[in-house]
Design a protein around this ligand. Sequence first.
Ligand SMILES: NC(=O)C1=CN([C@@H]2O[C@H](COP(=O)(O)OP(=O)(O)OC[C@H]3O[C@@H](n4cnc5c(N)ncnc54)[C@H](O)[C@@H]3O)[C@@H](O)[C@H]2O)C=CC1
Ligand SMILES: O=C([O-])CC(=O)C(=O)O
Length: 342
Amino acid sequence: MYAARRIATGFAQRRAFSVSAKQSSKVTVLGASGGIGQPLSLLLKLNPRVSELALYDVRGGPGVAADISHINTKSTVKGYDPTPSGLREALTGSEIILIPAGVPRKPGMTRDDLFNTNASIVRDLAKAAAEAAPEANLLIISNPVNSTVPIAAEVYKSVGVYNPKRMFGVTTLDVVRASRFISQLKGTDPASENITVVGGHSGATIVPLLSQSGYNLEGQQLDDYVYRVQFGGDEVVKAKDGAGSATLSMAMAGARFAESLLKATQGQKGVIEPTFVESPLYKDQGAIFFASNVELGPNGVEKIYPIGKITDYEQKLLDVAVKDLAGNIKKGVDFVKANPPK
Ligand SMILES: NC(=O)C1=CN([C@@H]2O[C@H](COP(=O)(O)OP(=O)(O)OC[C@H]3O[C@@H](n4cnc5c(N)ncnc54)[C@H](O)[C@@H]3O)[C@@H](O)[C@H]2O)C=CC1
Ligand SMILES: O=C([O-])CC(=O)C(=O)O
């Protein structure tokens, strides 16, 4: 299965790789019993780069861990009780912390409608992570990502341990969708597609840069493609009809991003993934965080790539995205200022 996933990873390093640096890593999932948390934990258990898997949730963490622990791969798996000490133990010594904790959308909702519930969940989990594992890489999946990442950053600042190189919003699903959708239009192999998607992770803030992959869709076909990438999440929300949003494709995307980070922390060079990080690219317009291609390294963010050459059409999309993003980011920052973690 992992071999198949590696092939499906557009950014995968294709050359043979001999692991030179450390090969063991503790990975923690907060929200491990959820729709994303369970398949994500399963995929992490199948990843030989993970040596220890810590599963925490406000309900059901130990059960999911017991189940996954029977899979015959080497890593150890432990579920933790939903107590402050359980959370602390799950986090201590962790190198990568993934947070898919929080409520998903129902039809008719935007991701921003999740803010009221998920902002405080992410704030409190980020506080625990900042205290128990300040050096770990924090990968935030909980929506609205455009605001939850700034929330976590503010919390880390309040604890005095913020390192922008180690805080990531997971936007990989947008790239996965962009690659799949173009392959459906063009009859290509989706595993070979590598569409750059920049901006943020909701609606108009998601900007696929199709021209950079040499594609030249026009008119309605281009509009439809862009809309599908921007609102791909809504397709799933509508189809699930009240039972949540994307979970399985998100688990794949989260596992892919974690795998890339593990490769980079374990010594591999040239690992590039798009991700939402503190970024200089549109800082002057208030978008302190921005998703673009990022080279990962042993210390997290190694290099943030510039946007590069884009069409006028893409520039217009980008202008809208940056404006929306600035508002989403400010909302997250203001939330922590008004409601600091306890
Ligand atoms: N970044 C992205 O591309 C995507 C993000 N998402 C987001 O991921 C989040 C999770 O989605 P699902 O897994 O479908 O939801 P879910 O409701 O199935 O699972 C969420 C889990 O979080 C747990 N939880 C809630 N509060 C917690 C806390 N304080 N500590 C630990 N665990 C806690 C719940 O018990 C539950 O098991 C949502 O906010 C959703 O919008 C979903 C798809 C894609
Ligand atoms: O649409 C949602 O609410 C979940 C999500 O972020 C996605 O599927 O991209």
